[in-house]
Design a protein around this ligand. Sequence first.
Ligand code: CA
Length: 224
Amino acid sequence: MIYCVEDERNIRELIVYTLETSGFEAKGFASGAEFFQDLALEKPELILLDIMLPGEDGLEILKKLKNSTNTKDIPVIMVTARGAEYDKVLGLDSGADDYIAKPFGMMEFVARVKALLRRSKKVPSNRRLGIGKLELDVNKHVVTVDGEETVLTLKEFQLLQYLLENVGIVLSRDQLLAHIWGYDFDGETRTVDVHIRTLRQKLGTCGELIETVRGVGYRIGEPR
Ligand code: CA
């Protein structure tokens, strides 16, 4: 069950409908009060939280969720209008697991929900990620290209792991920066570009799997 807290009725209904047609069970709530009523009865596997809400806003709700032992492990995606508000929220160490800017495409939206659900599942003992000839062993911390081991720095490894956990999805420089370097890292997004460049070089023939999406960020996937 996925919960969606969004006061704009059209968006809420569209999100619930999209999730249901993608095989999920979903429930929409117009306010934090309604949401907390149901939360007392049932534990959702993921929560989508709008920020601007009547009464308690999304960030206050998030804080409550993350401060309670019953709900702190439920993954949360903050949904917010693009622009100043989105930038501000990205800059906060709010504890959310992902961020989506409105307006968003429904395909991308579902892909992000699925990726977060995958990430939040317990890590199996031998976890491997990969695409084509590229393989990353999460537990052994080993990356191989066509069977040959490639030595990466910790940041390069984390960057590659995050990209591989989101195959086919564009990750913005801000997202990568926040996820790998932490929200309080006050470096520039250029840091991301520099690490992507060295990562591509070290991956040799598999370097081209990392695609630059102009003006947005990066995506890993089969070359198109
Ligand atoms: Ca709203």
